[in-house]
Write a protein that binds this ligand. Structure first.
Ligand SMILES: CC(C)=CCC/C(C)=C/CC/C(C)=C/CC/C(C)=C/COC[C@@H](COP(=O)(O)O)OC/C=C(\C)CC/C=C(\C)CC/C=C(\C)CCC=C(C)C
Ligand SMILES: Nc1ccn([C@@H]2O[C@H](COP(=O)(O)OP(=O)(O)OP(=O)(O)O)[C@@H](O)[C@H]2O)c(=O)n1
Ligand SMILES: [Mg+2]
Length: 180
């Protein structure tokens, strides 16, 4: 795991990382499932809101646009490979992260976990699966160039660490009711 692969993986994943942070900061309001239940359990729960999802997609897409400008500004001055994000890849990473997180919540409700309950592994990787799957679907050539096997391996190892770290950080700052 070289530093260059670490940087490329983190860079490529930022448009999928920051949507989760944005949803924490700007989320709330009407739940996506409208309070609907299935077999006596909520479809998604109050933790998945329209505002949080929209904020996440917007912030993730804007993050990718900003990273493209940073990459252009430092081009030639760094040996690191800083991927550029086509618009459809940007939106796919951000929307896929939100969609993956929503599917994670759907599965958590089906297993009887209440909103905010811990689901180790699922909590840390549901949004990664959604982001990578949607990006691969809508921008296959870009995806293949950007998410090489080593990069995906780094993403799968490093993301849970970052996820736990930022959740604990947000909990300590009073931004989340639980540190996961
Ligand atoms: C990484 C380690 C070991 C320690 C990190 C400590 C740290 C960075 C604490 C910051 C906490 C904080 C206040 C962050 C601000 C954003 C925020 C409100 C985070 C809360 O979100 C937590 C969580 C929500 O996801 P969930 O709904 O699925 O539970 O976020 C999940 C984390 C990820 C999706 C992956 C990790 C995310 C990042 C590395 C992005 C963090 C980026 C920033 C804190 C801003 C820095 C910006 C750039 C461009 C580097
Ligand atoms: N699509 C989303 C995702 C997250 N959030 C906000 O971000 C917080 C943290 O997200 P997460 O940990 O994924 O939700 P939980 O509250 O833990 O709910 P669940 O058990 O369904 O994961 C949520 O409580 C909610 O306030 C939101 O509004 N909309
Ligand atoms: Mg949670």
């Amino acid at each position: 795991m070289t530093l260059s692969t670490l940087v490329a993986a983190f860079w490529a994943m930022l448009p999928a990382y920051l949507p989760n942070n944005a949803a924490v900061l700007f989320g709330g309001g009407s739940p996506i499932d409208g309070g609907r239940e299935w077999n006596g359990k909520r479809l998604l729960g109050d933790g998945k809101t329209w505002r949080g999802t929209a904020a996440g997609i917007l912030v993730g897409t804007l993050t990718a646009c900003g990273l493209n400008r940073v990459a252009a500004a430092v081009e030639g001055r760094t040996s690191w490979s800083l991927p550029r994000f086509p618009l459809r890849a940007s939106v796919a990473l951000a929307a896929g992260a939100m969609l993956g997180d929503i599917v994670g919540s759907f599965l958590k409700r089906r297993t009887g976990r209440t909103r905010g309950a811990m689901a180790p592994g699922l909590d840390q990787l549901d949004f990664v699966a959604g982001a990578l799957a949607l990006a691969r679907l809508v921008a296959p050539n870009w995806f293949q160039k950007t998410f090489t096997r080593p990069t995906v391996a780094v993403v799968l190892v490093v993301t849970p660490l970052l996820h736990v770290g930022t959740n604990v950080g947000a909990y300590l700052l009073g931004l989340k009711d639980e540190p996961w």
